[in-house]
Ligand binder design. Structure first.
Ligand SMILES: [Zn+2]
Ligand SMILES: [Zn+2]
Length: 269
């Protein structure tokens, strides 16, 4: 198991199990030295779904901060969120940026109220998804890009647009010194799917990492944990690593995202 994980959810999102403290105890048992909580950000409207209500945010902050103190001699706990770039919710995002140790960008919708990243199946929309990632980086909203290839979840043929978008994301990573995540979450946990051009995991996707490796982009492994038991099982990690087998990826081990976030927060407006 890896020693540092910045991508951890809580049951507030509605699709994770276990209490906050169970995540901490499992992470300690699994040998983690740094545990970053990054539950899905809440926004003012009930959309997009599968996230805590905005009224639950203070309780999330208080719970993780108290665990941080309680377990400080055994594990370093950091408090973050997984956010999307939604200009309509900038005031909410700004408050998270100021308050939290770090933010990761997991762009689940292309627009605030429509077009799920899981439903993209054409080049134009895929490019629009990349536009959102770029805008988030340009505005210093995030400290790494979670599952940059999540937009390939429903993409049926890995065509030229996929390679173009992978190259664009690699260039964004280099321009903003932005780490990209190798995600070991549900994209591999659910096994391979049959697409029109063959079998593959929903994500991570090898074409993306071919471009990231070629350009030597910084990569961070993120467990995207929605169940404490997954801190004790390397199956999904090994599946994700099999996708990038033989690629010369620049994987950063034990990268300090909180230190990196301090610099970006100073530039955040
Ligand atoms: Zn989730
Ligand atoms: Zn996540």
């Amino acid at each position: 198991m890896i020693k540092t994980n910045w991508h951890t959810h809580t049951n507030r999102c509605g699709h994770a199990v276990g209490e906050d403290e169970e995540y901490v105890l499992a992470a300690i048992q699994g040998g983690l030295k740094t545990l970053g909580f990054s539950d899905h950000a809440a926004y003012e409207d009930p959309y997009p779904p599968e996230r805590m209500d905005i009224s639950e945010v203070p309780g999330y902050f208080a719970s993780i901060r108290s665990l941080q103190e309680k377990y400080k001699d055994r594990i370093r706990i950091c408090l973050g969120m997984e956010v999307e770039y939604y200009p309509e919710q900038w005031h909410v995002l700004s408050s998270y940026r100021r308050e939290l140790d770090y933010l990761i960008l997991g762009q689940h919708n292309v627009y605030y109220d429509r077009v799920s990243a899981y439903a993209i199946n054409d080049g134009d929309t895929l490019h629009r998804y990349v536009d959102m990632l770029e805008a988030a980086c340009e505005r210093n909203l995030c400290d790494y890009i979670a599952h940059p290839d999540v937009a390939l979840y429903g993409y049926q043929r890995l065509d030229g647009s996929v390679r173009e978008c992978a190259a664009r994301i690699a260039d964004i990573s280099l321009k903003y010194n932005m780490p990209l995540e190798l995600n070991t979450g549900s994209g591999v946990h659910r096994g391979m799917h049959k697409y029109q051009d063959g079998m593959r995991y929903a994500y991570p996707t090898r074409i993306f990492f071919e471009e990231f490796a070629r350009k030597h982009c910084p990569i961070i492994i993120g467990l995207d944990v929605h169940d404490p038991a997954l801190f004790l099982d390397d199956t999904d990690l090994n599946r994700a690593l099999s996708v990038i087998a033989d690629l010369d990826c620049n994987i950063l081990e034990d990268f300090d995202l909180v230190e990196a976030a301090k610099k970006r927060k100073a530039l955040f407006r």
